[in-house]
Design a protein around this ligand. Structure first.
Ligand SMILES: [Zn+2]
Length: 297
């Protein structure tokens, strides 16, 4: 089966005309490396008309959506494909409100499904940054900048982010995550997940990075009003304004999901032809997530 390529909405609509087209595609992605019964582990099966498979040994039938992030979908699979396509290919990101209107689902349903897509956009953590990387912290939310309101400070979320740079100083990849404070212990979480010990790390003079110098190759320089971290500050500006304009309120529990989505788009911008396919593949491979695990706000 040919994988869908590109970002053209008309081509996409031609390729996925019915729910069946989508199920066929999911079944292909799910069992492309071979079938194994989810109940008994047997590898022989019969393919059914609806693209589900029935185990030859125990007769357990598994649909293409079972045990994936499409499990127990509240609307048609074709609609889900279109939402995935929009989320994967947009440059601006979408609000739940917009998706609800465009696809005639409730806002709550849209938000829940979009969180599942964000789950699929999470980094695999298999490709830590090895080259040049800038690391910095910033805050999201709380009172608008310029208006001082210390009592609202608790609404601000602290974030640490890493930006991998090309030799020309352009952004190659980005990772960001919420931290509880700016201590070494919290900052280290990002290093462990996304930065190789071989990487050449640059930070500003914050003392929280110093204890990490034992394990990582860190060079501290003066920020010089942001001039020494230009590419990184452009990214920080973008992620902040994206969150501010797209989401009226970002809960503590979901902040990492939005950051994952933002970084995913940055990190895939060189591979746009396969971005839809990559999302669907990750949706299929991810374990199903129950609604209770997704705090919806
Ligand atoms: Zn079986």
């Amino acid at each position: 089966m040919k994988l869908f390529k590109g970002q053209n909405l008309l081509e996409f609509a031609d390729r996925f005309q019915t729910d069946e087209d989508c199920m066929k595609y999911l079944a292909h992605l799910k069992w492309v490396d071979g079938y194994k019964c989810a109940s008994c582990g047997h590898t022989g099966s019969q393919v059914r008309k609806d693209h589900s498979r029935t185990c030859n040994k125990c007769s357990y039938t598994e649909s293409p959506t079972a045990n994936t992030l499409f499990h127990k979908l509240k609307f048609g699979i074709r609609k889900a494909f279109f939402i995935c396509f929009e989320m994967a290919t947009t440059t601006k990101s979408l609000s739940a409100n917009y998706v609800a209107e465009r696809f005639s689902v409730t806002e709550k349903t849209a938000r829940l499904f979009m969180h599942k897509v964000r789950e699929a956009m999470k980094s695999s953590e298999k490709h830590p940054i090895k080259g040049k990387v800038h690391v910095d912290e910033f805050v999201i939310g709380g009172k608008e900048e310029g208006k001082v309101g210390r009592s609202y400070d608790s609404m601000k979320k602290k974030v640490v982010c890493a930006v991998e740079l090309t030799d020309e100083g352009k952004v190659k990849r980005m990772y960001a995550m919420k931290i509880n404070n700016y201590s070494s212990k919290e900052l280290k979480k990002l290093f462990v997940k996304h930065i190789s010990q071989e990487a050449e790390v640059t930070t500003d003079g914050w003392k929280g990075y110093r204890p990490l110098m034992k394990e990582y190759n860190i060079n501290q320089v003066e920020s010089d009003g942001g001039l020494n971290f230009k590419a990184m500050h452009t990214m920080i500006f973008q992620v902040k304004s994206w969150i501010r304009t797209t989401f009226s309120w970002v809960s503590e529990a979901n902040i990492n999901r939005y950051l994952d989505e933002f970084c995913y788009r940055i990190n895939r911008s060189q591979m746009k032809n396969y971005v839809f396919n990559n999302v669907i593949e990750k949706m299929v491979r991810a374990e199903k997530i129950y609604q209770t695990q997704l705090i919806c706000s």
